[in-house]
Design a binder for this molecule. Structure first.
Ligand SMILES: *[C@@H]1O[C@H](CO)[C@@H](O)[C@H](O)[C@H]1NC(C)=O
Ligand SMILES: *[C@@H]1O[C@H](CO)[C@@H](O)[C@H](O)[C@H]1NC(C)=O
Ligand SMILES: *[C@@H]1O[C@H](CO)[C@@H](O)[C@H](O)[C@H]1NC(C)=O
Ligand SMILES: *[C@@H]1O[C@H](CO)[C@@H](O)[C@H](O)[C@H]1NC(C)=O
Ligand SMILES: *[C@@H]1O[C@H](CO)[C@@H](O)[C@H](O)[C@H]1NC(C)=O
Length: 702
């Protein structure tokens, strides 16, 4: 009898252990079922300037909250203040993603994160910039005695749609989700588990985990110091925002340049948003950039004529302008220090080095700002000059007038109406935010900014992820250019107007110069819809090897950090070089140049049967703020830009079912009791092993 009882016991104990083992080993698969990964690559991240931090970060292991999808603002505020299942992670549509809601969430303990669900159905006003972009680093704050010093913040604003969210700091993560399957997963999880009357809600509830932990903190000075003091160099607290300006004279610049002999035509090449991996900057950057490339291409056929006029034209693309005019600040700083575009060399090896270029060489400065927003079939362009120098200095006034008249008369040929707008008091506007302001801090030259707005920005999405092809009504599809598209026709008219006006100003000839409209359409397609386009692939050079870059998506216009986004910068450089330069014989091995030379060479393997070597004047100029190179720079002085970007390891988001917190505690306590129980059992089993392990039962039924 005793023996029989013992073997029954043996059987049940072994059966119990075996089943427990299986239970543990299958728990991994259960986790897969509860956690559902959703789109997590467009997270808001931290950036720093000399005194502040902006952007978002999650806790080290990510933030977790019960999903709540508010129907309207009241609903959202109710959940934040009275919700019973906090902490929450709110999922909102663009309409609810307002400054008011975000600030309420920021100041509440009950919100652990926000996801912005955007199915891209409609465009709504959503500029994340300020109402006076980069005012503190512009000309008028700098010339603080003038009547324009407080123009923007006090009297009018350039960007009345600006909500400044880009410059806020949040201690929780914010993710943008655009992939439809992720949006549906969130909505259906909420509908299934959470949507009934909030007071009746029962666990388990749908929850979200957002992971976007940032390594940097506080401000650029602190995080750079930490980075440099780090014992283990691996810690990536933050990196300076750093990219390259592109400069490209029409004819090579060698020897000493004459005063007032170079016309600068400039545009900005960068834009930003709150989120990683998306900065389309369609109106903010792409329209001006593409038009500038088209003007360069059109004028390249007139190099000889322009050289005979003893003038030259320098095309400039500024990088990092969003970040307190990083590109133009660096360029003017280097010019003032006598090391632009390169530090001059006395070595005989560098006898063909590019000329030193300084402020006095500038004849006048023409800047293409935002120029894509249009209504109707006629193109309207507004011109701005700095009223302080325009009113105060006769030479500047005369030059500004000459430039304006040239633009107006060539505008007449190409159906572009060019006007100089006045404000509500019928007075001249000061310059809108523009790169030429950095130059006017050093010298009173003639500067003209061309834009699509008279006063307040026509672009209501300035520095928003919504400043994309839809914002500028670009109609070409992802793969093919659409000849009926209005945007490329509009930019084509402007490029033709600018090219003809500049030609008249240099050679005094009335010959109209028409830009290449097809090329503009192809460029727009590449920047706004598909960086994997033929034109970009052909102009990527060796960078084509970065296959991850070349997928169908819009260009990311963010300036980023060293080696961050330089593929796009190089493509722009090669496009510019190819448009202005000459194809020469030579293999890839022969196609190299001294970095100081006026003529630079680069190789395009996909152009021509065996690849093509291009000789051109186009070169890069490093845009790293003087704040990071001047020893002992005072980071709170506001003299130079001080922006850095935090490092992080990964950003990801997932959905799961969260049980009742009481149950969770119960589960942990239960688990611990269970462990103690099994320890006792196994101790006992060990003691009785001689009786227990006489015969092995077959645990076939667990
Ligand atoms: C840094 O950014 C914050 C927020 O935009 C601003 O208030 C502050 O003046 C900036 N600091 C410097 C040194 O530019
Ligand atoms: C901008 O204006 C403010 C207020 O007048 C002043 O404190 C600050 O120093 C100015 N910044 C620069 C760079 O001049
Ligand atoms: C430009 O001209 C204005 C008006 O004459 C003057 O106040 C200002 O100081 C000048 N700027 C420079 C950099 O010389
Ligand atoms: C564009 O091209 C890709 C690959 O060649 C193709 O998969 C896609 O369907 C095309 N899209 C359109 C809108 O034609
Ligand atoms: C390309 O290379 C091949 C083989 O060297 C040569 O026969 C051909 O002529 C080259 N084509 C051109 C356009 O140079």
């Amino acid at each position: 009898m005793a023996m029989l009882e013992n073997s029954d016991l043996k059987m049940s104990i072994l059966f119990f252990f075996f089943c427990t083992l299986i239970g543990f080993s299958s728990s991994a698969r259960v986790a897969d079922k509860i956690y559902d990964d959703i789109q997590g690559d467009m997270a808001c991240f931290k950036r720093f300037n000399g005194t502040h931090e902006i952007g978002c970060s999650s806790d080290y292991f990510g933030n977790v909250g019960v999903l709540y999808i508010p129907q309207n603002e009241t609903d959202a505020e109710n959940a934040i203040t009275n919700g019973k299942h906090h902490p929450y992670i709110l999922a909102v549509t663009p309409t609810l993603f307002t400054r008011k809601l975000l600030m309420t969430a920021k100041n509440s303990e009950n919100v652990k994160g926000i996801v912005l669900l955007d199915s891209q159905l409609k465009q709504i006003e959503s500029s994340a910039s300020t109402t006076c972009p980069s005012h503190e680093y512009g000309l008028y704050n700098y010339s603080s005695g003038s009547k324009y010093s407080n123009y923007c913040p006090a009297t009018e604003s350039w960007n009345s749609a600006g909500n400044s969210l880009l410059y806020e700091s949040f201690n929780f993560p914010i993710f943008l989700i655009q992939k439809e399957e992720s949006i549906q997963a969130i909505k259906s999880c909420f509908k299934t588990y959470s949507s009934s009357d909030p007071s009746q809600l029962e666990w388990p509830l749908c929850a979200i985990q957002l992971h976007s932990n940032m390594f940097g903190t506080t401000n650029s000075e602190v995080c750079l110091r930490r980075k440099h003091n780090a014992v283990l160099a691996a810690a990536n607290y933050c990196d300076e925002i750093h990219d390259y300006n592109i400069i490209a004279p029409l004819n090579p610049m060698v020897g000493e340049l004459e005063d007032s002999s170079v016309i600068v035509i400039a545009a900005r090449a960068d834009a930003a948003t709150m989120f990683d991996n998306i900065s389309p900057g369609a109106d903010a950057a792409v329209t001006g950039l593409v038009t500038l490339l088209a003007v360069a291409e059109a004028l390249s056929s007139y190099k000889t004529e322009i050289a005979q006029s003893n003038k030259n034209i320098m095309f400039v693309l500024f990088e990092g302008e969003v970040w307190d005019y990083l590109g133009s600040t660096t360029m003017t700083y280097d010019m003032n220090a006598g090391k632009f575009p390169i530090k001059p060399s006395n070595s005989s090896d560098d006898s063909d080095q590019v000329s030193q270029f300084n402020f006095n060489n500038i004849d006048y400065f023409l800047e293409l700002s935002q120029i894509g927003k249009q209504s109707g079939s006629k193109s309207n362009i507004y011109l701005y000059n700095d009223p302080i120098s325009d009113d105060g200095i006769d030479e500047v006034n005369a030059l500004n007038k000459k430039v304006r008249e040239a633009l107006i008369s060539s505008g007449n040929i190409f159906n572009v109406s060019v006007t100089k707008p006045v404000d509500k008091n019928s007075e001249s506007y000061p310059l809108p935010p523009s790169s030429v302001q950095s130059f006017l801090k050093y010298i009173n030259i003639s500067g003209t900014v061309m834009a699509d707005h008279a006063g307040d920005y026509a672009n209501r999405q300035y520095q928003s992820y919504m400043d994309d092809y839809k914002n500028v009504d670009y109609t070409s599809s992802s793969n093919a250019t659409d000849e009926s598209d209005k945007l490329h026709q509009h930019l084509g008219r402007i490029a033709s107007t600018v090219a003809s006006a500049v030609y008249k100003l240099t050679s005094n000839s009335d010959t109209p110069i028409e830009a290449n409209y097809t090329l503009i359409n192809e460029l727009l397609l590449c920047f706004l819809r598909d960086v994997n386009c033929t034109l970009f692939r052909e102009h990527a050079g060796d960078l084509l090897g970065y296959t991850g870059y070349f997928t169908q998506r819009p260009a990311k216009m963010y300036a980023s950090v060293f080696r961050g986004e330089d593929i796009l910068t190089n493509i722009s450089l090669y496009l510019m070089g190819h448009f202005l330069g000459d194809a020469v014989n030579g293999t890839k091995e022969d196609c190299v140049s001294n970095s100081k030379s006026a003529i630079q060479k680069f190789f395009l393997p996909l152009v021509g049967e065996n690849g093509t070597c291009i000789e051109s004047t186009a070169r890069l100029h490093s845009a790293i703020s003087p704040a990071f190179t001047i020893p002992g720079y005072n980071f709170s002085s506001g003299e130079y830009p001080t922006w850095t970007e935090s490092g992080w390891s990964v950003t990801k988001a997932r959905l799961f079912l969260k049980p009742n917190p009481a149950e969770e505690v119960g589960l942990v306590v239960g688990g611990m009791l269970f462990i103690i129980f099994t320890l006792v059992i196994s101790y006992w089993a060990n003691e009785k092993a001689d009786v227990l392990f006489e015969r092995m039962p077959d645990p076939a039924f667990c």
